[in-house]
Each structure stands twice: as C-alpha cells, then as structure tokens.
Design a protein around this ligand. Structure first.
Ligand SMILES: Nc1ncnc2c1ncn2[C@@H]1O[C@H](COP(=O)(O)OP(=O)(O)OP(=O)(O)O)[C@@H](O)[C@H]1O
Ligand SMILES: [Mg+2]
Length: 225
C-alpha cells in the first residue's frame, strides 16, 4: 500500500529540504516528490509571476492527477507545499484515502525570524517576502505552541440514511431536531437525512441549530484563519 506524505509549514521552514531527504533515503522509484512550484515552472510561461486563477486551476489539476496516479500505482508521494490551510491539507488526506493509501502529515517547524532570514537569502524568484511570511505566521501558527493547530482527519462521506428499523436497540436517550418540521423528536421519527442529532436530551436537541452554527463557525474560522 502506498503512502502520501504531506508537509505543513511556513515558507522557508525547510519542507522541500525534508522532502528531498525523504526521497533520498528510499530506493529510487519508490517515492516521488510533487511540488506545484516546480510543476508551474515546467508547465507554463517562465515569465508568469502573479497568480492567475485559470493557470493555478490547471496546475492544481496536474498536481492532483500526478499524486492520484502515483498512489494508485503503489508509489509513495511527498507533497511539499505549505498546506497551511486546513481545507487544502484535508483535501490531500481525503485523496489518499480515496486511493486506498496511508497518509502522514509532517509539520516542519522553524522559528519565524529564521524563516525570514532564509527567505531573504533565497534567489529572488523563490522569495515570498517578509510581509507575507509574517502574515502567514499570524494566521496559521498557534502563538502558544509555535506550531500549526492539529489537523482533523479528512471528512468522510456521510453513510446513506438507513431505513427506520424498529428493533430491540434502546434509543430512549436519543433526541433529534427535524429540519423539515422544525421540531424536536425521538429516535423514531423522520429520516436521518432530514434531522440533526442525536442529542442526549430534548433541551439540547431544541438548540440543535445554534449548536450546528457554532460548530460551523469554529470550523470556518479554523479553515480560513
Ligand atoms: N534545517 C535547516 N537549517 C538551515 N537552513 C535550512 C534548513 N532547512 C532548510 N534550510 C534552508 O532554508 C531555505 C529554504 O528551505 P526549503 O526550500 O526546504 O524551504 P520550504 O519550506 O520548502 O520553502 P517554500 O515553502 O518556500 O518552498 C533553503 O535555502 C534551505 O537550504
Ligand atoms: Mg519548498
């Protein structure tokens, strides 16, 4: 079974250095490094600089196809982009799972000031600049730990709603909020796709919409922060 290695980290933190060392440590042909900056350089006009949506979409599609194809062929892959946005990182993990591959997330942590120094020492075309580095650090690095927040596993598709089954299983402590009828109901109610829950009591189920909204807001803040 193949493995997807995903790095996370600030620009110039050492992700590519880590990825190259990983590739060098393995038998040739058993693992490949996929890097969208390298793909972009090889696939589009070398003068292309400022991001253009249409170009970035093509590069993303090429990147994804490569990773998918390699994993399905049993070759390990390391994707050494920043992957700081949780939705992006989780998208890669979901792709690995779709391909039946293992995954590993490698957080490459380096001090912000060190990243600024390393970035300034790079050739101009590779530099991201101090302002962007500080902005990314403020948005994605937890000041308390100096690390990226833990990454939740990818979302799996919800299982198909099961038809109601009246059986010996006890459901007396399960309460639901039906989105169709806007009411609290016991387990023996509307179909699963139309309702939120289970909640441990009627009172909590009555607040299902507020609870869901708070959770979504927290998830969005984490993804977009
Ligand atoms: N542990 C380290 N100690 C000192 N210098 C390092 C270390 N790791 C990487 N570097 C240097 O820092 C620079 C950036 O490293 P690298 O290209 O691996 O970063 P990166 O995280 O891949 O950056 P980017 O996100 O911009 O691709 C390089 O010049 C590299 O040689
Ligand atoms: Mg890199």
């Amino acid at each position: 079974m193949s493995t997807l290695y995903l790095t996370r980290g600030l620009p110039a933190s050492g992700k590519t250095t880590w990825a190259r060392a990983l590739v060098a440590s393995r038998r040739p042909g058993r693992i490949v490094r996929v890097n969208r900056d390298d793909l972009r350089r090889s696939m589009v006009d070398p003068d292309y600089a400022a991001p253009v949506d249409a170009v970035e979409r093509v590069i993303s599609a090429a990147e994804r196809l490569l990773v998918q194809g390699m994993l399905q062929d049993g070759v390990d892959v390391v994707v050494d982009a920043t992957n700081l946005r949780a939705t992006v990182a989780r998208g890669w993990l979901a792709l690995a799972e779709e391909c039946g591959a293992h995954w590993h997330v490698e957080d490459v942590v380096a001090d912000l000031e060190e990243c600024v120094r390393r970035d300034a020492a790079r050739p101009e075309r590779e530099r991201v600049g101090e302002e962007r580095l500080r902005d990314l650090h403020a948005r994605f690095v937890d000041p308390a730990t100096g690390r990226m927040p833990p990454l939740a596993p990818p979302r799996r598709p919800l299982p198909e709603a099961e038809p109601c089954q009246h059986g010996p299983v006890a459901h007396e402590n399960e309460w639901y909020f039906c989105l169709k009828h806007h009411q609290v109901e016991p387990w023996d109610g509307c179909r699963a796709a139309d309702r939120l829950g289970p909640y441990p009591d009627k009172e909590t189920a009555a607040h299902a919409l507020e609870i869901a909204e708070q959770r979504n807001k927290a998830a969005d803040e984490y993804d977009e922060s």
